[in-house]
Design a protein around this ligand. Sequence first.
Ligand SMILES: [Mn+2]
Length: 324
Amino acid sequence: MGRIDDILAGKNSVGITGHIRPDGDCAGSCLGLYNYIRVNYPEIFVKLYLEPLPQKFLFLPGAESVDSSYGDESDFDIFIVLDTSDHERMGKSVKYFAGASATLAVDHHISNELFAEENILIPDASSTAEVLYGLLDPDRLNKDMATCLYTGIIFDSGVFKYSNTSQKTMNIAGKLISYGIDFTKIIDNSFYASTYKQNRIMGRALLDSKLVFGDICIYSLVTRDIMDQYGVNSSDLDGIVEQLRNTTGVECALFVYELEDGTFKASLRSSEYLDVNKVAQQFGGGGHVRAAGCSLKGPADFAIRKILGVIAGELSYEWNSERI
Ligand SMILES: [Mn+2]
């Protein structure tokens, strides 16, 4: 018996949700729990409410059952909220949360506001899927559920790369593999898959990139004109800054793209020592030490020069801004 089994005892109806704009951990943990209940508790009425899943997560078992219409009026015996740090991020599901007889939140965000009646929060877990695994009965898991949970772990750990990856993460991943999941397909689909136009804009951004500050900083710019030329929107630009940062010898990567309103979004990454959160904060943004972002007014070369100036300062590099 897992802790979820105890919580489900005596319940006739269960609602599940995650956060708005669902990502891999949100989709994976929600569908993992949904499949667990559907298979092991056929007598329980279970519904999963999420905004429409991105195409790359539609391979997940049960994805076709996600309700994005929020048309039901059900008052659930229990409403379970996964991977969601606060009320607002529940989006339209909040009405089911409000109408439920009991509420449970399962999460790994240290910023979680403990908004449910019962909160299971493990901030050092790689993902909500990892937390959820610890609440389920391993003898009642099957390949479909393992596929969902593995997807959540892969996504939030950056395929076991980010610092939130622990020995426990790897042990759980190993157990999930024992259910016969297609881990190659999961990683390709949910993490590395990209469309033709995404590849083309990535190629363009890399082609246009420039090394500065003795080749330890790299930057690139994508304007609205270029985005129109390749038929992409801002969500197609995911991964470009990370690819820039992967350049051998580079400590800092800056990727700037133009938003619809003509302002510019800057994404920053660093490899070992530059605090990009500190750089982004200079422009009213922020994030983490190795990954941060901010927004600036144009024109583009003016915005880039301003950010490079702050980076140069942080790197103690003597830089003549006229030379870009
Ligand atoms: Mn997560």
